[in-house]
Design a protein around this ligand. Structure first.
Ligand SMILES: Nc1ncnc2c1ncn2[C@@H]1O[C@H](COP(=O)(O)OP(=O)(O)O)[C@@H](O)[C@H]1O
Ligand SMILES: [Mg+2]
Length: 307
């Protein structure tokens, strides 16, 4: 069954289409799996991006969803379109501007919901409101509830120090992705190429983001393999008591799961960068050279340490 990822937020301009197009390219190339994009945005930015830029082997669909009709119609249509697309791919990415007329049930169709947000106060307030309204989805006891990943986007260098992702502000279970930094390349590459190939800070941050999403996918897939009746937080300890045996690669990712409460990866990201730069000069190792499990282990260590 295809792994389904929804990229959504209520606000425009936060970077959903940029993230969606580049994530499809990243997953398609790095995992070498069949990936499909469903672009539900009438503007078609993410589908146009992938259609015009050098092909990555992904299937691209620009489809209409009657978001403003209310009732069950949008969910019905979405399910139908997703079912068709999912039968022919391993990963399905859907780009959607959320509307309040959509029923939150739609999110249960997905394994993972990515919510891009910039870290400006006005956008954080909107994101917090959006997540609070859908808390019942992400904190639901249903085994098939989607994994929520908050994705800081268009982040300025000087914002990396700010501690904005607090439990108080986001009273919902979520994972925090490494930030995608504001970079000219993200604008210049539209319909021409992909952030994962950019040599600047935009490219570096996107590659780190892509790796984290791949790791989160592994975690989600391992979670959904084990039979359960209530939400379970997997930790390194849990891996030994799984009824479903985990492959070594999955176990190593699970071992690295961050603790439940995220505070500020932005602050930690800055610290990791500083630490990475220091390390680079001493041992010639950069963050980009680290394997994902090590990256997440650092994240996990950062979570338990008081910053
Ligand atoms: N990481 C980034 N750095 C710089 N500009 C960005 C970045 N991500 C998106 N943008 C720009 O922000 C604007 C909105 O991005 P877009 O992906 O269309 O957002 P949305 O789909 O949420 O409306 C576009 O002009 C895009 O080029
Ligand atoms: Mg868009």
């Amino acid at each position: 069954m295809a792994f389904k990822i929804l990229v959504t937020s209520q606000k425009g301009g936060v970077g959903k289409s940029t993230l969606s197009a580049n994530l499809v390219a990243y997953l398609s190339r790095s995992l070498n799996l069949p990936v499909t994009l469903i672009d539900w945005d009438p503007h078609g930015s993410s589908s146009n991006w992938l259609k015009q830029a050098p092909p990555v082997g992904a299937v691209i669909q620009h489809l209409a969803l009657p978001v403003d009709q209310g009732g069950n119609r949008p969910i019905f249509e979405a399910r139908l379109q997703m079912r068709r697309a999912a039968s022919e791919c391993d990963i399905l990415v859907c780009d959607l501007t959320w509307s309040d007329s959509l029923a939150g049930e739609l999110m249960f169709e997905f394994d993972m919901v990515l919510v891009p947000t910039s870290v400006s106060e006005i956008e954080l307030a909107a994101t917090s409101g959006f997540l609070s309204r859908h808390r019942w989805v992400f904190d639901s006891a249903a085994a098939r509830r989607p994994m929520l990943v908050v994705c800081p986007t268009r982040v300025l260098n000087e914002q990396l120090n700010s501690d904005v992702f607090t439990k108080q502000r986001f009273p919902v279970s979520f994972m925090l992705a490494p930030p995608i930094l504001e970079a000219q390349s993200a604008r210049d590459l539209f319909e021409r190429g992909y952030l994962m190939d950019a040599r600047d800070i935009g490219g570096e941050s996107f590659r780190e983001f892509g790796e984290a999403i791949c790791a989160a996918r592994e975690i989600r897939m391992a979670q959904s393999q084990q039979p359960r009746t209530s939400p379970v937080k997997l930790t390194a300890k849990d891996t030994s008591s799984h009824r479903v045996p985990l492959t070594p690669s999955k176990a190593s990712v699970l071992e690295s799961i961050p603790n439940s409460s995220q505070y500020s990866v932005l602050g930690r990201y800055r610290q990791r960068k500083v630490a990475g730069e220091a390390e680079e000069t001493s041992s010639a190792r950069s963050l980009a050279q680290m394997g994902i499990p090590e990256f997440l282990k650092r994240l996990a260590r950062g979570n338990s340490a008081k910053l």
